[in-house]
Every structure is written in structure tokens, then in C-alpha cells.
Design a protein around this ligand. Structure first.
Ligand SMILES: [Zn+2]
Length: 232
């Protein structure tokens, strides 16, 4: 069970450069096994091509302690991932990248508006951008506070099993039921961010939001108890 999760986290990390979501080593995938209170996450600074399942760092979900002596050091973003798992028991895997278009929105400090059905098939309403962090939140426990500010933004809305948020002046975070799903959401987010920027440009700066009826139809036909998309 744990070994399967470790492999899945490794495979998902290697999907990031394959989908063009990361440059160098700027992105990380993690996943949790809540029964064993363990999180597996990309090791710090290791390049994706060389990564093997045994390189995934194991961290205690509650204490943040590295669990395996002699194992790789976990990503510097470990505390951000841990805060999201602690805040939302329904989240099982988290992806963080600096993918170009989603990061451009994060740097603008703007949430990504719902402009069309590509967006609404995955996200209900805008993809929110957090508030700016305070100086003291940056100076002490920076990574933990980044996670807390993300959680603060997400508590104001319904958190679905998969979704996304932008850390202001930083970049996107996505999550899902499995590492593969969380990566898929990151791919969709990047596509949606790219389209939203170009749509806004074409409209002279501000694009019209899609109709609520159309947004709800597309989101709920794929998500929730009344969904009817895909095979049974
Ligand atoms: Zn980052």
C-alpha cells in the first residue's frame, strides 16, 4: 500500500516536465496515506529524469519529521503541503508548479475568472488568488504560513475533491484524489490560465464571465453526486 503510493508520487513528479509544467526542478507532487499518517513528497533539488520511487521523501503528516534515516531531504515546500493536508481532510494529493500562465495570474494578484466551459468542466467559479502575505508571515515559518494563507482563502469557499488556488506573487497549487488526478488538474489549470489571459486581451482587458447556468451545468455534470460524465 505505502510502496504503491510512493511509486505513484514518483510517477506523478515525472509527469510534470512531460506536460511542460516545470522548468529545472521547480515543482513538486506529494500524496498522503492518512491511516499511516505519512506523506511522500519529491526530494529537494533532484532532477525528474533521475528520480526513482525510493528517492521520494517520507514525512510524518502531523509532526513534519522525516521518517526514514538516510533518506533524501524532502522538498523545501514540504510545510506548505502539510498545512493543506491538515486543513482539508478531503485532500489526498497536492501539486505545486511555477507553470507559466498560472504563475502570471498569481503574479498579477488576480483570481482566474470562469470564462468558458473548459474552465467550468474542472473548476466551479473563479480559481482564487490569495491575499498578500504579511512581512512577519514571510520572516518566520514562511512555508507553513504560505500553506495557512492558502487554507484561509479556501475556507471561504467549498473545497471540492479536486481544485486549484494561486499563491499571490508565487504560483499555482492543485489537488486531487490521487497524484495523477492532481497533475491532471495542474495541466487543466495551465490551459485555462493561458486561455483566460488571451480572452481578456482580445476583449480589451476584461472578458465577460460565462453564464452561471452554463458554468453550473458543465461543473455538476462531471462532479458531485448527480454527475453523468464518463463510463459507469
Ligand atoms: Zn514555488
Amino acid at each position: 500500500m505505502l510502496e504503491a503510493l510512493r511509486e505513484s508520487v514518483c510517477r506523478a513528479n515525472r509527469m510534470l516536465p512531460a506536460y511542460g509544467l516545470v522548468c529545472l526542478t521547480w515543482g513538486n507532487v506529494s500524496a498522503v496515506d492518512r491511516e499511516h499518517s505519512v506523506m511522500f513528497i519529491k526530494p529537494s533539488g533532484l532532477c525528474y529524469e533521475e528520480m526513482r520511487p525510493e528517492d521520494m521523501a517520507a514525512v510524518d503528516l502531523q509532526t513534519g519529521q522525516v521518517l526514514e534515516k538516510g533518506g533524501r531531504r524532502p522538498s523545501v515546500d514540504t510545510e506548505i503541503h502539510l498545512e493543506l493536508y491538515r486543513a482539508f481532510p478531503q485532500i489526498n494529493s497536492v501539486v505545486h508548479t511555477h507553470s507559466r500562465w498560472a504563475t502570471i495570474w498569481a503574479q498579477s494578484g488576480r483570481s482566474i475568472p470562469a470564462l468558458g466551459t473548459t474552465h467550468a468542466d474542472e473548476f466551479l467559479g473563479e480559481v482564487p488568488c490569495t491575499r498578500a502575505m504579511k512581512a512577519e508571515e514571510i520572516q518566520v515559518n514562511y512555508e507553513r504560513n504560505t500553506g495557512r494563507v492558502l487554507a484561509e482563502t479556501l475556507r471561504q469557499r467549498e473545497v471540492f475533491f479536486s481544485g486549484a488556488a494561486l499563491a499571490r506573487s508565487h504560483g499555482p497549487f492543485t489537488w486531487g484524489e490521487t497524484p495523477q488526478k492532481a497533475v491532471e488538474v495542474a495541466v487543466t489549470l495551465e490551459m485555462v490560465a493561458d486561455m483566460a489571459w488571451h480572452t481578456a486581451l482580445l476583449c480589451g482587458g476584461t472578458a465577460p464571465h460565462m453564464m452561471d447556468e452554463l458554468m453550473n451545468k458543465h461543473f455538476y455534470r462531471k462532479h458531485g453526486k448527480d454527475s453523468y460524465y464518463g463510463q459507469l
